[in-house]
Design a protein around this ligand. Structure first.
Ligand SMILES: Cc1ncc(C[n+]2csc(CCOP(=O)(O)OP(=O)(O)O)c2C)c(N)n1
Ligand SMILES: [Mg+2]
Length: 334
């Protein structure tokens, strides 16, 4: 959780520096989205969507095996780090470098690391059926792998979730649907988009055992996931977990969050699950304040090292743009 928090605070600072420089240049905030001469462009291009406040969901991932498939959404840094994606190539990918996970072609929204079976997608709900397919493949091949897909509450009412859940329930597939309910899909509250709440109650109709973890509680998340994974691995079929969590950031960096009631963000920060959990570990004598300080120092150093590594990497040669694509490139004239 601390590694993810340090990683995202580091990225947020970098993004803000770029925005400040863009504003000072007179070109306005859109400089961050401008392409052109890559050497002159901003280091971090495009959007940035942070999982600040949602770190407890990492506890669902840490015990997965590298061979277990994990899919994340547009908000997936915490999933990637918890699955074991190395920070150096991940930051290099965000900075568009050849040394990045996908050789600098993907950026933040389609990270892919085959060595630990992780990928993400910005298309809401897109990887729900893909994870279900991975679970079907594992079952047909007799492998005791599980497939996990972590998405937001906004994905719940996508038709593709209900199709995936039905087949997972029918064929007893080892897939676990992990929903992070942070109460918002951009500006839309979960109460105004779902006929029945809690979300977890709606999956019984697919023959899927569901758990709901309140209060952004990492140990609760871990226990729910451990039970779901044990069941799925031993042929007991799919699982569903709703984690009630907090997004302590914008839907994207730069989001003015005018849809939040006054004071809400401050309230979420005051009940920060990471700080609460640190306090609980110290109170229970599991960690000392010094241990925590060391964990934080190491996490910040890990991000700084990854950023330095990324900055050292070359940018890809534009001539490589058509390598490793499925379709034959064809020039289109204006
Ligand atoms: C299919 C699709 N529709 C709409 C969008 C635009 N969009 C991006 S994020 C988002 C909200 C997602 O909310 P949620 O699933 O709750 O995830 P959160 O951002 O809260 O983590 C939407 C509608 C999209 N990316 N894909
Ligand atoms: Mg949400």
């Amino acid at each position: 959780m601390v590694r993810v928090r340090a990683f995202e605070l580091g990225l947020r600072e970098l993004f803000r520096e770029i925005r400040r420089a863009a504003a000072a240049s007179g070109k306005g905030r859109l400089l961050a989205y401008e392409y052109g001469d890559p050497d002159a462009g901003p280091e971090l291009q495009g959007n940035l969507e942070l999982a600040l406040g949602q770190e407890p969901t990492c506890a669902a991932i840490v015990d997965l095996r590298p061979s277990d498939y994990l899919a994340g959404s547009h908000r997936a840094h915490h999933m990637a780090v918890a699955k074991g994606v190395a920070m150096r190539p991940m930051v290099a990918e965000l900075l568009g470098r050849r040394t990045g996970l996908c050789r600098g072609r993907s950026g933040d929204f389609t990270l892919h690391d085959v060595s630990v079976n992780f990928e993400n997608s910005p298309i809401v709900g897109q990887l729900l059926p893909v994870a279900t397919g991975h679970a079907l493949a594992a079952k047909l091949a007799g492998r005791d792998e599980v497939a996990v897909v972590c998405v937001g509450d906004g994905a719940f009412n996508q038709g593709v979730f209900h199709e995936s859940a039905n087949l997972a329930g029918l064929w007893r597939l080892p897939v676990i649907f992990l929903f992070e309910n942070n109460s918002y899909a951009i500006s839309t509250r979960v109460e105004v988009s779902s006929a029945v709440l809690p979300l977890a109650e709606r999956v019984a109709g697919y023959g899927i055992e569901a758990a709901r973890v309140p209060d952004n509680d990492p140990e609760g998340v871990h226990a729910a996931m451990t039970a779901a994974v044990e069941r799925a691995r031993s042929g007991g079929g799919p699982g569903f977990i709703e984690v009630v969590t907090d997004r302590q950031a914008g839907a994207f960096e730069g989001d003015k969050q005018l849809y939040r009631p006054a004071g809400e963000l401050e309230e979420l920060e005051a009940r920060d699950a990471l700080r609460r959990y640190e306090g609980s570990l110290v109170a229970r004598g599991i960690l000392s304040e010094e241990d925590l300080a060391t964990v934080w120092d190491e996490a910040r150093a890990e991000f700084d090292d990854a950023l330095a590594y990324a900055r050292d990497g070359e940018l890809p040669d534009p001539a490589e743009a058509f390598e490793n694509v499925f379709a034959e490139p064809r020039a289109v004239s204006a």
